[in-house]
Each structure stands twice: as C-alpha cells, then as structure tokens.
Design a binder for this molecule. Structure first.
Ligand code: SF4
Ligand code: SF4
Length: 94
C-alpha cells in the first residue's frame, strides 16, 4: 500500500521581524550642575573677617574653616548656597 506521505514544502517564511529597538540613542544631556571650577560664587574679605566662625558653623558642605583666626574657603566643596553670606556679622562674605 502506498503511503501518502504528504511531503509538502513546509518552508516557514520567517519575516524580517528583527527585534531591534528603535535605536534611538538618546543622549543624556550633561547638565552643568554648578560645578564651576572658576572663582567661587562667594568672596571672602579676610580684612573684615573677625574669626567668629559663624559661617563655618552654618556651611552645609564644610567648605569653610578657620585658619589663623580668618575664615578659609574650600572652593571645591562650596556649592554656592550663600548661607554663610547671611550669617556673617561683619559682611566679610559676599
Ligand atoms: S556658599 Fe554655602 S557651601 Fe559655599 S561656603 Fe557658603 S555656606 Fe558653604
Ligand atoms: S562669619 Fe564672617 S566674621 Fe565670622 S568667621 Fe565667617 S567670615 Fe569671618
């Protein structure tokens, strides 16, 4: 008995559905986050500084310290919040 072996072309046509994402390569804009390395946003007039350390106490980043009775600024740490400006009794910080 002849077997009807029904061999037919079973070619699966594979579409070109290549699951590539949209390839959008979005660039993350590098926002400048106040990291200026230039002169700091605050200025200290050491002539006016009386070394009371009020500014040192309020600075949230520890950018201020006292050295030889005068305040010293670490510009790298300073984030420019200007809190220190408001507490200085002699107006040494501007
Ligand atoms: S501006 Fe802000 S971060 Fe900079 S020294 Fe003054 S208190 Fe500190
Ligand atoms: S608050 Fe003013 S006077 Fe006092 S340490 Fe700071 S800069 Fe000097």
């Amino acid at each position: 008995m002849p077997f009807g072996d029904g061999t037919g072309p079973r070619g699966k046509r594979r579409g070109r559905g290549r699951g590539l994402g949209m390839g959008q390569g979005r660039r993350m804009g590098l926002s400048t986050q106040g990291r200026s390395t230039q002169a700091s946003v605050i200025k200290i007039d050491s002539e006016k500084c009386v070394g009371c350390s009020k500014c040192v106490a309020v600075c949230p980043t520890g950018a201020l310290s006292l050295a030889n009775g005068k305040v010293k600024l670490d510009q790298v740490r300073c984030k420019g919040c200007r809190v220190c400006v408001g507490v200085c009794p002699t107006g040494a910080i501007s």
